[in-house]
Design a protein around this ligand. Structure first.
Ligand code: ZN
Length: 109
């Protein structure tokens, strides 16, 4: 049995919409597994993206991979995927710019 989140009516397992109020039914356990999995991934993504600022671009590369994973998975986590990808890419670009400037000035002096 699937319980409607809106009105609490019992519906058959294969029902896609509530028979009482027409609300879209999401299988409960599937929803929970996806939710917890992605939440951990989102937190790790933000941590790696921001850690890249302090300790070099390698951790941001991990953040970039996590961001892309969330993006490809789609759904409600897509927004976090975009933010994590943008932060990670930005941090990597900063470190590349620093490296180029460093080499540039090293050759000048
Ligand atoms: Zn309902």
């Amino acid at each position: 049995m699937v319980y409607c989140k809106e009105c609490g009516t019992e519906n058959p397992d294969n029902a896609e919409f509530c028979q009482e109020c027409g609300n879209e039914l999401v299988p409960e356990n599937e929803d929970n597994v996806m939710g917890t999995k992605s939440t951990g991934l989102i937190i790790f993504g933000y941590i790696f993206a921001v850690l890249g600022l302090i300790s070099g671009s390698i951790l941001s590369l991990v953040g970039l991979v996590i961001g892309f994973t969330l993006l490809r998975r789609g759904g409600p986590d897509r927004g976090h995927g975009i933010i994590i990808t943008v932060i990670s890419a930005f941090v990597i670009l900063i470190w590349i710019a620093i490296a180029i400037l460093y080499v540039y000035y090293a050759y000048l002096t």
